[in-house]
Design a binder for this molecule. Structure first.
Ligand SMILES: Nc1ncnc2c1ncn2[C@@H]1O[C@H](COP(=O)(O)OP(=O)(O)OP(=O)(O)O)[C@@H](O)[C@H]1O
Ligand SMILES: [Mg+2]
Length: 289
């Protein structure tokens, strides 16, 4: 699957931070005017994004095959001699090309569920099936390959390696697994340009803003062209304008056929997905497709 979004589609997010009059004034050492403050206000910004209901491919998903199946999954953590149940009995199917949002209160088990789907952790009981493959039946090597090539993971806290540059961070997953015939160095550069960071490739995470770090994390998640994108609060640390751009990017990746599972606290952001699943106290509350 090839990413078809163009640099124009992303509308140069690299320029965002400096776009408002307030920021420019700060850079030039001037106090912001009232007009500047008005244009930079969060309330002034309206995210213009098509909802999935407006898209033509919405209907075809009902007949598409499941790419993610979570079957009777339980997850507990052992703390001292106590077993603390976190996920109780989770059943979830995500269809190919679906854009699913997961919502729920803090501590309800959303990231725990996402980590299980992304093979970052194993369930205490139950099965996770990705693209028809039961991960309990795969060797560690096969799991690593499936995860490396088919799943792009965007973490709640970016998880960039501080001593590596943006470019090296994006290239990192390709050291373990890559698709044959792909020039991974060029692909990493192309993705950084795509997310508007063509001029930040040699910066380290400490030299990037939160929104820029999140965009590096998105480029890293896409470097092996995965079929499934898992995003844990991808816009949680961003202002609404940058968050909207990230969502726009997701929408386009979804239109290109990628399956997206996104955790969010924000009902408005969840409203852009095809379906919303609510997790509360380790249980899915609404499980209708
Ligand atoms: N490694 C761990 N060991 C023990 N308990 C854990 C571990 N990871 C998570 N938990 C517990 O599991 C529960 C669910 O955590 P999780 O991170 O899945 O919540 P969340 O829904 O993603 O919350 P938030 O919206 O705040 O990110 C929490 O009570 C947390 O303390
Ligand atoms: Mg979480």
């Amino acid at each position: 699957m090839e990413t078809k979004i163009s640099i124009e589609d992303v509308s140069a997010p690299g320029d965002l931070i400096l776009e408002t009059g307030t920021e420019n004034s700060r850079l030039e050492g001037k106090l912001p005017s009232e007009k500047d403050l008005a244009t930079s206000s969060e309330e002034q910004f309206k995210c213009e994004l098509r909802r999935s209901g407006d898209l033509q491919n919405g209907k075809t998903q009902l007949t598409a095959a499941s790419v993610i199946e979570v079957i009777d999954v339980k997850k507990s953590y052992i703390l001292g001699d106590m077993e603390v149940p976190i996920l109780h009995d989770i059943n979830l199917k995500v269809r190919e090309g679906e854009f699913l949002a997961i919502m729920g209160p803090s501590g309800s088990g959303k990231s725990t569920l996402m980590n299980l789907i992304g093979f970052l952790d194993r369930p205490t009981e139950g099965k996770i099936i990705i693209k028809g493959l039961d991960i309990n039946k795969l060797s560690d090597r096969e799991v690593a390959r499936l995860r490396g090539l088919e799943i792009g993971f965007i973490f709640q806290t970016f998880n960039l390696i501080p001593r590596l540059t943006a470019l090296e961070n994006v290239e990192l997953p390709t050291y373990a697994n890559s698709r044959s015939g792909v020039d991974t160095h060029e692909r990493a550069k192309e993705l950084l340009r795509l997310v508007g960071l063509g001029d930040r490739m040699r910066h380290r995470p400490g030299e990037l803003s939160g929104g820029q770090s999140q965009r590096v994390a998105i480029a890293r998640a896409l470097v092996n062209d995965p079929a499934i994108l898992l995003a844990d609060e991808p816009t949680g640390n961003l202002d609404s304008k940058t968050g909207c751009e990230i969502l726009n990017m997701f929408r386009k990746l979804n239109e290109d056929g990628r399956t997206i599972v996104m955790i969010t606290h924000d009902p408005e952001i969840a409203g852009y997905a095809d379906r919303i699943v609510l997790v509360k106290d380790g249980i899915i509350q609404n499980n209708k497709e």
